[in-house]
Design a protein around this ligand. Structure first.
Ligand SMILES: [Zn+2]
Length: 244
């Protein structure tokens, strides 16, 4: 019963996050979820009812019948599933609330970065606030979080300065800083390495499948790496340390 409630709340929050992400970026016409990507006509408002909306509209534009909002159902269901996974791990606690909000922002980053190759600053501000709040309630470990802020962001910032931003964007460095403040230095370093491995594998599969070169949006892989590190990072680090 409680899992269904968490799932439902996750789905609803996932929808709200996606809509607010679209509002935040409304000056960029190619991320307006309120309009059809194909014919630019306004989409049926009923389509934005979580999950049920997908049943009503079949994810299709009522004007041109093209399937344009398929990502929203993925986003909603993913948000619900992630919140259930977090609930199993953390129970009903302050951590659960902080990490749930963090995960919802990560999903929004994935959506936006894939579309516009940019991480809007508002997402980093939200993560930074969550990080400060988490630091206050875990005050004895404050050094862990402050080091986390710089652990990956500083090397990546220097790399961007040296390479002129070809390797990664400033948004990635800011995300590594704010998420490092929230996760601490061990988990942010792990997140980065997971993101590199996942990015290399998934990106090369995407290029193979579509036979064209895609511009690499690193944000989604960072987001995935951060979620994995948040959930199973301590176990992974413990296992690695036992090997050496
Ligand atoms: Zn259309």
């Amino acid at each position: 019963m409680v899992y269904s409630v968490v799932l439902l709340v996750g789905v609803i929050l996932g929808t709200l996050m996606q809509l607010s992400a679209s509002v935040c970026c409304r000056d960029r016409e190619h991320i307006n979820v309120f309009r059809c990507e194909n014919c630019n006509e306004k989409l049926d408002a009923r389509g934005f009812i979580p999950v049920i909306g997908y049943g009503i509209t079949k994810g299709r534009c009522s004007t041109c019948n093209k399937n344009t909002i398929s990502f929203s159902i993925v986003d909603e269901v993913l948000s619900g599933i992630c919140l259930v996974i977090l609930y199993i791990q953390f129970g009903m606690s302050v951590e659960f609330i902080i990490y749930s909000l963090f995960t919802l922002v990560l999903i929004a980053i994935t959506y936006v970065d894939f579309k516009i190759y940019e991480i809007p600053i508002i997402f980093n501000i939200i993560i930074c606030i969550l990080g400060i709040f988490n630091g206050i309630i875990n005050l004895s470990d404050w050094k862990e979080y402050v080091i986390g802020f710089f652990a990956m962001s500083l090397p990546i910032y220097l790399l961007i300065q040296i390479t002129g931003g070809r390797a990664m964007g400033g948004g990635d460095a800011k995300l590594l800083a704010t998420a490092g403040l929230l996760l601490g230095w061990k988990l942010i370093i792990l997140s980065f390495f997971l993101a590199c491995i996942l990015g290399a594998i998934i990106h090369s599969i995407r290029i193979k499948l579509s036979n064209e070169s895609h511009e690499l949006a690193f944000g989604p892989y960072l987001a995935l790496g951060m979620f994995i590190a948040l959930m199973w990072g301590d176990g992974m680090i413990g296992w690695y340390l036992s090997l050496i």
